[in-house]
Design a protein around this ligand. Structure first.
Ligand code: ATP
Ligand code: MG
Length: 440
C-alpha cells in the first residue's frame, strides 16, 4: 500500500459527484435546527486531553481505547508538555466553548448546533470510521422534561425531513448520582458473582464504574450483562417523575418510542434521560443518533451548575440509511449555460458574457481548454448544460447568436449587447415553465 496515494484506514473521501448527498443533509440539519431556535457554534478540532478525560470519562471505551492524542514536541512555556486530543465527540468542546465565551450567562436556554468531524481509533467497518462526522445539538439551562422532548423532537423532525420516518426511537433513564449509588451496588453484586468471565477492562470497571460494563462490546460481557439489574428499578422519585413527564410529552407530540432499559450510552456524562434512534437498514452499526441529558457536566467543567442535554447524529450512517430507504437528495445545481467559442476574440467575449450572467446568479461555463467546437459541445452535454451558445466571428460581427435548448434542440435568437441578460433570463423562465406544464 502506498502511504502517499492511499488514504488512512477508516477515513473517507467525498468526491464532487457525491457531495450533493452531504450538502442535502447538512443544509437540512441546519434549517431544521434553526426552526427550533438553535444557532450554529464552531469550536476547535482538538482540545486539551484533560477536557475529554474529565467529561467523557476515563473508564469509557472512547477515552481508554479510542482517542488520538498528541503531545506538542516543544512546549511553549518549557514546563509541562501540552497534551492535545482530536475531538472524539462534540458535547465536551461545545460545553467548554459555551462556558469560556460566557454564553451560559446570557438569556437561557442557550441552544447550539454543530457539524463536525470526530476521530476515534476504532476497528473500521461499514458505518464505523476513524474519522466520521456528526450533526450535534445541545441545549443549556432547562431541567424540565419539556426540554428533553424538545431535543428529541428536533432529531425526529430532521429524520422525517430526510425521509427516515421509520427510524425507531428508544429511550431510557439512567438516573442521577443519588439513584445511581444504589444501582451501582446492585450491579457490583451481580457482576462480582460472574467476575471470572469478565474481560480485563470490565474487571477494572467493576471497581471504578460498574455501569460501563453494560456498554462493553465483548460478546461475553454482553451476554453476562443481559441479566443484570436494570436502572429503571432504582430511579429516585425525581428521576422517575422526570421520565414519566417525558413519556407524556412524547405521547402528546405523537412521537413513537420504546423503552429500552439497557441503553446506558458510551459516555459518562449522561444523567436521567438517554435515547437512541436505531435503524435496521444498514447492518450492525444501526445507531444513527444518540443523546441525553447531562445535568452535571457544566459544573464538572468549571461552569456554574446548569442542567443541559443534547444529541449527536452520525452523518455517514444517516446517508447510508437514506440510500437504503431511497430518500431523495437535492441534486447538484445544473449548469444554466455553456458558451462555446471559436477563436480568441470569441473566447474573450464568452468570458465577459459568462461573468455578466454569473453576477446575476446564473451558473455559466465557457471553454478554457482551447478545444475545438465538437469537444466543447461534448463537454456541455456531459455537464448537462440547460442551454448552449456558440460564438464565432460571425456572431461577434452581427452582435447576435443562437441560444440552444439542449433538451428540446430548439434554437432562439439572443442579442449579445445590452439586452443579453434580460433575454437569457426570459429563456430560463420559459424553460422552467415548460417543465411545469409537462409535469417534470
Ligand atoms: P456506537 O455504539 O455505534 O459505537 P456511540 O455510542 O459510540 O456509538 P456516540 O458517541 O453517542 O456513539 O456518537 C453519536 C453518533 O455518532 C452515533 O450514534 C453514531 O451515529 C455516530 N458514530 C459514533 N462513532 C462512530 C464511528 N466510529 N463511525 C461513524 N459514526 C460513528
Ligand atoms: Mg462507540
Amino acid at each position: 500500500m502506498s502511504v502517499i496515494t492511499n488514504r488512512p484506514k477508516g477515513t473517507q473521501d467525498v468526491v464532487p459527484a457525491e457531495v450533493y448527498k452531504w450538502q442535502t443533509v447538512e443544509r437540512c440539519a441546519a434549517e431544521t435546527a434553526e426552526c427550533f431556535g438553535f444557532k450554529e457554534i464552531r469550536f476547535p478540532t482538538f482540545e486539551n486531553t484533560a477536557l475529554f478525560k474529565r467529561s467523557v470519562g476515563d473508564t469509557t471505551d472512547v477515552v481508554q481505547k479510542e482517542m488520538y492524542s498528541v503531545t506538542a514536541k516543544s512546549p511553549a512555556n518549557g514546563k509541562d508538555p501540552d497534551d492535545f486530543t482530536l475531538r472524539p465527540e462534540g458535547t465536551a468542546g461545545a460545553a467548554r466553548a459555551a462556558i469560556e465565551n460566557g454564553l451560559l450567562n446570557e438569556a437561557l436556554p442557550q441552544k447550539v448546533y454543530y457539524m463536525i468531524s470526530c476521530f476515534r481509533h476504532e476497528k473500521p467497518q461499514a458505518g464505523r470510521l476513524r474519522e466520521f462526522h456528526q450533526f450535534g445539538a445541545e441545549m443549556y439551562g432547562s431541567a424540565d422534561a419539556s426540554a428533553d422532548a424538545e431535543v428529541i423532537a428536533l432529531a425526529k423532525s430532521l429524520l422525517g425531513r430526510l425521509g427516515l420516518e421509520n427510524v425507531e426511537l428508544f429511550i431510557n433513564s439512567i438516573g442521577c448520582p443519588t439513584c445511581r449509588a444504589e444501582y451501582h451496588k446492585a450491579l457490583k453484586k451481580y457482576f462480582e458473582g460472574r467476575k471470572d468471565e469478565l474481560c480485563p477492562t470490565c474487571l477494572d470497571r467493576l471497581e471504578r464504574n460498574p455501569m460501563r460494563i453494560l456498554d462493553c462490546k465483548s460478546p461475553i460481557c454482553q451476554g453476562i450483562a443481559k441479566d443484570a439489574p436494570v436502572i429503571l428499578d432504582f430511579l429516585c422519585d425525581e428521576c422517575s417523575d422526570h421520565f414519566e413527564k417525558l413519556k407524556k410529552y412524547l405521547d402528546d407530540m405523537d412521537i413513537k418510542f420504546s423503552i429500552d432499559p439497557k441503553i446506558v450510552r458510551g459516555l459518562d456524562y449522561y444523567t436521567k434521560t438517554v435515547f437512541e434512534f436505531i435503524t435496521t437498514d444498514i447492518g450492525a452499526q444501526g445507531t444513527v443518533c444518540g443523546g441525553g441529558r447531562y445535568d452535571g457536566l457544566i459544573e464538572q467543567l468549571g461552569g456554574n451548575p446548569l442542567p443541559a442535554l443534547g444529541f449527536a447524529m452520525g452523518l455517514e450512517r444517516i446517508i447510508m440509511t437514506m440510500e437504503a430507504a431511497g430518500s431523495e437528495f437535492v441534486p447538484a445545481k445544473k449548469c444554466d449555460l455553456y458558451i462555446a467559442s471559436m477563436g480568441e476574440a470569441a473566447q474573450k467575449k464568452a468570458a465577459v458574457l459568462a461573468n455578466a450572467l454569473r453576477s446575476e446568479g446564473y451558473f455559466v461555463e465557457f471553454d478554457t481548454m482551447n478545444r475545438g467546437l465538437k469537444p466543447q459541445m461534448k463537454y456541455a452535454n456531459k455537464i448537462g448544460a440547460t442551454f448552449t451558445l456558440v460564438l464565432g466571428d460571425n456572431e461577434l460581427e452581427t452582435g447576435a447568436a443562437k441560444l440552444k435548448n439542449m433538451d428540446s434542440g430548439e434554437q432562439t435568437n439572443i442579442s449579445l449587447g445590452d439586452k443579453f441578460i434580460d433575454e437569457f433570463s426570459n429563456s430560463i423562465v420559459a424553460e422552467m415553465f415548460s417543465g411545469d406544464i409537462l409535469g417534470e
